[in-house]
Design a protein around this ligand. Structure first.
Ligand code: G4P
Length: 534
């Protein structure tokens, strides 16, 4: 089995063996299938197919997911932990649909690397590109898996060229496909000089590895048809001449991505990718925070909330805050300080997500993701420490791009609606603004589909039919500046002022021109399109 070859031998081994990552891909490229195979190899599930099956069970628990099922998109994100060799992998699932980009963005603040899955026939698609750009903002290391090689796929050099050109990143082949489509037989593992052959008869079978001593080894001809051997030799010669060699440091800095070719559905190429994540992926990284950075190997425990999921079980109205451990060795029952409120919190029932089951987490290390059930104290962006007033930075909240007003179908239920909306705002599922004038709420989202999801969740989880209607406003900006200036500004613009769920002041308008004018007329007041969650 694979051994840890730590990039940072100075780290405690429990931290050095952790790899926390997300998968980024365009819908349909094979993210779910690959996740399933990761869990299969990680021993977390016995048979592939369970992720989907369990997904169904989860959906019935949280019925709004029916929509996700109907539309075939993944709305919610979750975390999964499993061992592979001596590594502990924490895989954080990202919602695939572009309407949920803010959630995805925040999820990517909780990982140290990303696996980019592309479809061998389609190459780099729009959603992959968008997610890649988010990873680039944080210089996240990226490992690439080119999937569906069992089908007709593009030329290998073409695929590599497209990634290099489109995403402006160096690509180095970690494996090389042998044959195409129906004639695809497997890959040559360029890092270990091994031949990996795919078994088409058994999709869950781990591919056979055959040690080969270079391309001149006569053993090659025993397993690969002569014409393919010839082609492989030519292509590899060209690849070694034209493409950069693997440079682990460059991978860690996010300038180079190694690419593996495979077929997730046939369990092919997955093990090599996992070995690659272990060997070339980063261990838990330092976390930016104020007033100082947090190093993963600090003795004291710190962590931050990057996601809140409400009503995972509608009967209990529970919320789970997903905490990324930034440092230290956490033990169940620890008393931590909730920095925003300065209050102590005893974490007595933290959960670890093994496959899609929850289990009590007795301990956790920097890099792990734990779920903390709570009644609303924990919000996105919150930091937990052993007392020090640290605040993790870099978890933004974006101004919504679409605004609608929201009313309860039954006017008597306005208070209930407020409660439901506030909860979704805290979960990060939408922005909710309460106008200073008039009644009702204005709800803001990034993608139109979120209105539908919200509407159906409010109905299912709170029994409240709601109506969304066009709003007179189209843009929202957070208002900041010296107190007296902000007061003067809000007094003069009452009809445009609202408060978000944190009580922060927001300026609503339908004209960019308005925003420009205010920037001119009120030089001390700033209108911001993002706000740091804290
Ligand atoms: P996603 O999460 O990225 O959206 O993709 P998902 O894994 O659901 O895969 C999308 C489709 O591609 C599925 O087919 C899946 O079976 C198929 N697929 C995944 N990996 C491979 C592969 O290596 N080779 C081939 N040929 N197909 C692959 P589907 O018909 O949409 O669903 P299903 O009926 O198979 O579940």
């Amino acid at each position: 089995m694979l051994d840890v070859t730590p990039n940072r031998p100075d780290l405690p081994s429990e931290i050095a063996r952790r790899r926390t990552f997300a998968i980024i891909s365009h819908p349909d490229a094979g993210k779910t299938t690959l996740t399933e195979k990761f869990l299969l190899y990680g021993g977390a599930i016995q048979m592939a197919g369970q992720v989907r099956a369990k997904g169904e069970a989860r959906r019935t628990r949280s019925d709004f997911m029916q929509m996700e099922k109907d539309r075939g998109i993944s709305v919610s994100a979750s975390a999964m932990s499993f061992d592979f060799g001596t590594f502990r992998f924490n895989l954080v699932d990202t919602p695939g649909h572009s309407d949920f980009s803010e959630d995805t963005y925040r999820t990517l603040t909780a990982v140290d690397a990303a696996v980019m899955v592309i479809d061998g026939a389609k190459g780099v698609e729009s959603q992959t590109r968008k997610l890649f750009e988010v990873c680039r903002l944080r210089d996240l290391p990226i490992l690439t898996f080119c999937n569906k090689m069992d089908r007709e796929s593009r030329d290998t050099f073409d695929i590599i060229d497209e990634i290099q050109e489109n995403l402006a990143i160096d690509v180095t082949p970690a494996s090389w496909p042998i044959g195409k489509g129906r004639d695809f037989i497997g890959c040559y593992d360029m890092l270990n000089d091994r031949l990996e052959l795919m078994d088409r008869a058994d999709r869950n079978k781990v591919a056979e590895s055959i040690k080969i001593n270079g391309l001149d080894d006569p053993a090659l001809a025993e397993h690969v048809p002569a014409e393919l051997v010839e082609q492989l030799r030519e292509e590899l010669e060209m690849a070694r001449e034209l493409l950069p060699e693997l440079n682990p440091q460059s991978v860690l800095e996010g300038h180079m991505t190694p690419i593996w070719f495979g077929s997730a559905i046939n369990s092919f190429g997955v093990r090599e990718l996992m070995e690659g994540i272990g060997t070339y992926g980063p261990e838990p990284q330092p976390q930016s925070a104020l007033p100082r950075q947090i190093a993963p190997d600090e003795d004291k425990v710190t962590g931050f909330v990057f996601k809140v999921q409400a009503n995972m079980d509608p009967k209990h109205r529970d919320r789970v805050a997903f905490l990324r451990m930034a440092s230290g060795h956490f033990r169940r029952g620890m008393k931590l300080t909730h920095v925003r409120s300065k209050k102590p919190m005893t974490i007595s029932a933290p959960v670890l997500f093994l496959a899609s089951d929850r289990e009590l987490a007795e301990e956790a290390w920097a890099g792990d993701i734990i779920g903390i059930p709570n009644h609303g104290q924990l919000r996105i962006g919150d930091t937990l420490t052993e007392g020090e007033a640290l605040r993790v930075t870099g978890i933004p909240s974006f101004a919504p791009e679409l605004l609608q007003s929201c009313r309860a179908g039954d006017p008597m239920k306005a208070k209930h609606l407020e409660k439901a909306l506030m909860q979704f705002a805290e979960e990060g599922a939408a922005k909710v603004f309460k106008p200073a004038f008039g009644s009702g709420f204005i709800v803001g989202v990034v993608g139109a589909l979120q209105f539908e999801v919200l509407g159906s969740r409010i109905e299912l989880e709170y029994g409240l039919p709601v109506r969304f209607e066009a709003s007179q406003f189209t843009s929202a900006r957070w208002v900041t500046g010296p107190r007296d200036k902000v007061d003067a500004f809000t007094a003069a613009n009452k009809a445009h002022i609202a408060h978000d769920h944190d009580g922060d002041i927001v300026y609503l308008t339908r004209l960019q021109w308005d925003i420009d004018r205010i920037e001119r007329d009120y030089p001390d007041v700033t209108l911001q399109a993002t706000k740091e969650m804290m």
